[in-house]
Design a protein. Structure first.
Lengths: 206, 224
């Protein structure tokens, strides 16, 4: 074993420290100079997702910034605070878009955007994030299959509670070929979101 | 000291990161379900390799032996974080697809392997070239494997090219067969292993087939 003098240890430590400072500085400078573009990108994608649920002529407010922070809720499937986006036309409420979670997908949580019209009917549903099996459960993505559109216009009374199931369970909604658990989870999550809206409608557009 | 042509041949073929060294398999197998994903991660890895090799080579004279590995890791992590931020700012949609794999480039053994095995012992020029060629070799395998799996799995080629090249690239997508039902196995992780195996077999077959050129094929290098 070669003895390392205290001086050498200090030099090595100082060297490492110098690199940590330089590396951190470079990362910080990059972060600073890209921050605006990244926020803008996130906003653009959010707006694109929101406007996929509501045609642009149904609202005239800045929906991405007309937000409401909601506490965790079992009906929304959320375990942390979530954001809801409110659409208005000439100041009048039109619809609200919830971030809902179907906690019981085949491969875990499925994140949804659920648009609910002010009359309690579904404006539209989109899957934001999921880990379902490619080729089977991923038919819930709009670019793979139109299945997710089967919720459009549905409400708590149309169909009734028994109809808010997949066909295999005696309900009204198609399952996907080779995948029942995934659609079942989403059907339940969308209905729960409608229930949440019914219970909290007053508070949402206060 | 290696000549430029030797470095090039090593990186692209005879010591290919993915086909011979079998390094960086985690991102390789995970993202190559389409060509575009493969190219996206390949380019990010390529840039990381060139930058980290160059920087490591520049400081090789005065970095002390005891702390060289933490310093290399620090350099690689900084470079990767900067690339991730740049990607978020410039190619956000592609970032949404590849996002979780970008930080993993830090743990791609190929990068620290080249830093320690080559760049810390060679001048800047050859080191940058080594990074470029190793990265290109990795990129080509990612793209080939992505293409193989996309054709077999989805029946398309260059799907989602607009994620990387902008909306104009949407027309790049080739649908080989409109009614293709898809082949799930190729899309799922096992398909990645089969695909990689096919590529390795093809490379070894090319290496071992009776030499048509006067020069015999180089012997297979040992795995790193």
């Amino acid at each position: 074993m070669i003895a390392i003098s205290r001086r050498q240890i200090l030099i090595s430590g100082a060297f490492l420290w110098l690199f940590a400072v330089v590396g951190t500085t470079l990362v910080a400078v990059t972060e600073f100079s890209t921050a605006d573009a990244i926020v803008e990108n996130e906003r653009r994608v959010l707006l694109r997702n929101l406007l996929a649920l509501l045609p642009a002529d149904r609202l005239d407010n800045d929906i991405a910034n007309d937000t409401l922070e909601l506490p965790p809720s079992p009906l929304l499937g959320t375990e942390t605070r979530s954001t809801a986006y409110r659409a208005r036309l000439q100041g009048e409420p039109v619809a609200v878009i919830f971030n809902s979670v179907a906690p019981n997908g085949y491969n875990g949580r499925i994140n949804l955007l659920v648009g609910v019209n002010v009359d309690g009917s579904v404006a539209g549903v989109r899957v934001i994030k999921h880990a379902e099996t490619p080729g089977l459960g991923d038919g819930i993505e709009i670019r793979k299959s139109p299945w997710i559109r089967s919720f459009d216009g549905k409400s708590l009374d149309n169909p009734d509670a028994a109809g808010w199931r997949v066909k295999r369970d005696g309900g009204e909604f198609d399952q996907l070929t080779g995948a029942t658990i995934t659609p079942r989870a989403i059907v339940a999550a969308v209905r729960n979101t409608l229930l949440y809206y019914r219970q909290n409608a007053d508070m949402i557009f206060e | 000291m290696s000549s430029n042509s030797e470095i090039t041949r090593n990186g692209l073929w005879s010591n290919n990161v993915a086909l011979v060294q079998l390094l960086g398999l985690c991102p390789l197998l995970a993202v190559t379900s389409t060509v575009v994903n493969g190219i996206g991660l390949g380019i990010a890895t390529l840039i990381t390799l060139v930058l980290s090799n160059t920087i490591v080579s520049l400081i090789r004279g005065f970095v002390r032996k005891e702390v060289r590995l933490p310093v290399f890791v620090l350099i690689i992590a900084s470079v990767v974080t900067i690339i991730e931020l740049a990607m978020k700012a410039l190619f956000y949609d592609l970032y949404l697809v590849l996002g979780i794999f970008i930080p993993l480039i830090v743990t791609n053994c190929a990068i620290i392997g080249r830093a320690e095995g080559f760049a810390s012992r060679n001048p800047v020029g050859p080191s940058a070239l080594d990074g470029l060629m190793m990265g290109t070799g990795f990129l080509v395998v990612l793209a080939l494997l992505g293409g193989l799996r996309e054709i077999i799995g989805f029946g398309t080629l260059f799907a989602n090219a607009e994620l990387m090249f902008g909306d104009g690239a949407q027309s790049l997508t080739v649908v080989l067969n409109q009614d293709y039902p898809g082949f799930l196995l190729a899309v799922l992780p096992p398909g990645a292993f089969f695909g990689l195996a096919i590529l390795i077999v093809a490379k070894n077959w090319l290496d071992l087939r009776p030499a048509e050129k006067p020069e015999p094929a180089p012997p297979l290098p040992e795995g790193a």
